[in-house]
Design a protein around this ligand. Structure first.
Ligand SMILES: [Zn+2]
Length: 265
């Protein structure tokens, strides 16, 4: 472990209900599951870092008809990703005394709607995306797998310039903070490993939606490779003692105040 230590805050930014086989490969047909959508504030080393962007508020990217299609695809029996009172990104950051302009770094676990919707709020930050997945997204060669919002890709191509930082499959972003490409869920999915005051934490992205994915080493259902999902789940279990899933409501049962990894020294 490096000498840099970070603390993590988990923010719930929306709710979601979907059929259980979305979360657990070929398991739980006929059942539905209520889950949360999250974004994460990582602080340490003098930096304010977000993992994913949160949703809600008037700054969300306009996803147009693509957004509607994505929501229809993902809504199961419920209405998409409702953002509750006080759950939008600006309100959540305010609880930590931060404004969006205070965020210097945004790491995107992948480019799905519920992880990137508020990217326009961070017009000054460096945005980190997996290079191989980004290039795949731009090629748009497999429409059935191409579940990244086209308005997002256009926005990022046009607006980001040098702020878009493309990462190798194994990359240290700063001391004590690294990512590796998981694949599994999408071609650009990457997990974030963070040295905290209480050990190494992993933000899995959606390669593990639930703690059950970790506990049973059971792949996610909504993904491009069950094999990659399991490989990533096993690696995360080996390399981190604090496992943070993409959507499990139990994250906030384990950490009711959303504080993970202890406070800065
Ligand atoms: Zn996703």
């Amino acid at each position: 472990m490096s000498r840099c230590r970070y603390s993590i805050r988990c923010f719930k930014t929306a709710s979601h209900r979907a059929p259980k086989p979305v979360f657990l490969f070929m398991d739980g047909f006929g059942e539905e599951l209520d889950v949360n959508c999250y974004f994460w504030l990582v602080q340490g080393n003098g930096r304010n870092i977000l993992v994913d962007t949160g949703m809600g508020g008037s700054h969300q990217l306009d996803f147009g008809s693509y957004g509607e299609a994505f929501l229809a695809l993902h809504q199961g029996s419920q209405s998409g990703f409702p953002v509750g009172e006080g759950e939008d990104t600006i309100a959540q950051l305010q609880t930590c005394g931060l404004r969006p302009a205070d965020i210097d770094t945004v790491i995107l676990t992948h480019l799905h709607y519920d992880h990137v919707a508020n990217i326009p709020l961070f017009a000054e930050a460096d945005i980190y995306v997996n290079r191989r997945g980004w290039e795949f997204a731009l090629r748009r060669e497999y429409p059935i797998f191409d579940s990244f919002p086209h308005p997002l890709l256009r926005y990022m191509e046009r607006e980001m310039g040098g702020r878009l930082r493309l990462l190798d499959d194994e990359a240290e972003i700063m001391p004590g903070l690294s990512v590796f490409r998981t694949g599994g869920h999408t071609r650009c999915s990457q997990a974030v490993l963070i040295d905290t005051h209480q050990g190494r934490a992993a933000i899995s992205g959606d390669v593990a939606f639930l703690y059950e994915n970790f506990e049973r080493e059971h792949p996610i259902g909504f993904g491009m490779s069950a094999e990659e999902s399991v490989a990533a789940i096993r690696r995360l279990k080996r390399e981190a003692s604090i496992l943070l899933t993409g959507h499990d409501a139990a994250v906030l049962e384990r950490y009711p105040d959303g504080r993970i990894g202890g406070e800065p020294a």
